[in-house]
Design a protein around this ligand. Sequence first.
Ligand code: ADP
Ligand code: MG
Length: 332
Amino acid sequence: MDEFTLIQYIQDKQKLHQINLNNKNIPITIGDDAAAVMPPDNHEIIITSDTLISGVHFFKDSNPKDIGHKVLAVNLSDLAAMGATPAWFTLNLTLPEINKAWVTKFCDGLFSLAKKNNITLVGGDTTKSLENSISITITAIGYAPKNKAITRSKANPGDGIYLSGEVGLAGYLIEQIYNNKNLDNKLKQEYIKLINNPMPQNQLGINLRDIASSCIDISDGLCADLYHILNLSNVSANLYMDKFKIPKMLNKLTQDQALEHILYGGDDYQLCFTAPKNVSQKLVNNKTINNQIFKIGEVIASKSEKNSELFLIKNKNKIKLKNIGYQHFSNN
Ligand code: ADP
Ligand code: MG
């Protein structure tokens, strides 16, 4: 298969998934030098881009279907955190060779998730890698009513802090794969599948537009990502140990071990958001928004300017939490 056959093949796969291609919001699509898209009146365009590299962001023996899912999921998750409605995306593929079976499965995972979230592929680029590595970049584009996108910078003292679901599992599974040399191969494949299949919270993100004061998706770890909100909003926070939900698979660990994964494990792609006190209880009770939401803490004022601190209240002790998480190019 050559480059242009591949591009046609990808387009055919998109059609097969019955993704809306004749949308009047896409006057120019794949096949031209660039695409043209039209957001609804009085809406802002929201753009995000994420790259996945084999051996870094996904295990080499991952099922291509799951890779297709994950590369779109991590981008959708960024749109979710902004409260944007997903609309269009581009796909940059850098592959050592064109393997039809691989591409077929990849497209299946990619377009299944695209269909669920009503997002259409409108362009991309296809290149050959020099080494035996795969690099996939998606740029996802969405929109939100003017001034309604949710940012990281508007959390206020008194706001509640919420999670859209349990966190910590993905980090635990990744650690098991790396550190547990006796891990059964079947179990390893199950773990990889779980890690590769996060569910982005796009409907929740849209519902939070008029509710949340700030929002972020948890890709690097709860502490690291929440610190982004605290630093940009110039506030601090208390988290309450007894409010955390511990994922079932972590029940066999000690409380402290489970806590490490919940606080510092990444790759869960749940949303962490803040909301003013007056909406907070309504939010938790409103089953149509998301019945998984739970409160984990509160935003407080910082003791001094530009000094955001995150505390964990555990058995009446107040522990300052470290601002660490996954960082590329860091040596530790
Ligand atoms: P150019 O040389 O002008 O950059 P290309 O030959 O790279 O154009 O691409 C031709 C068309 O196919 C463009 O519309 C481009 O957006 C689209 N395209 C290329 N690669 C992909 C891909 N992996 N997925 C979707 N569309 C693609
Ligand atoms: Mg090109």
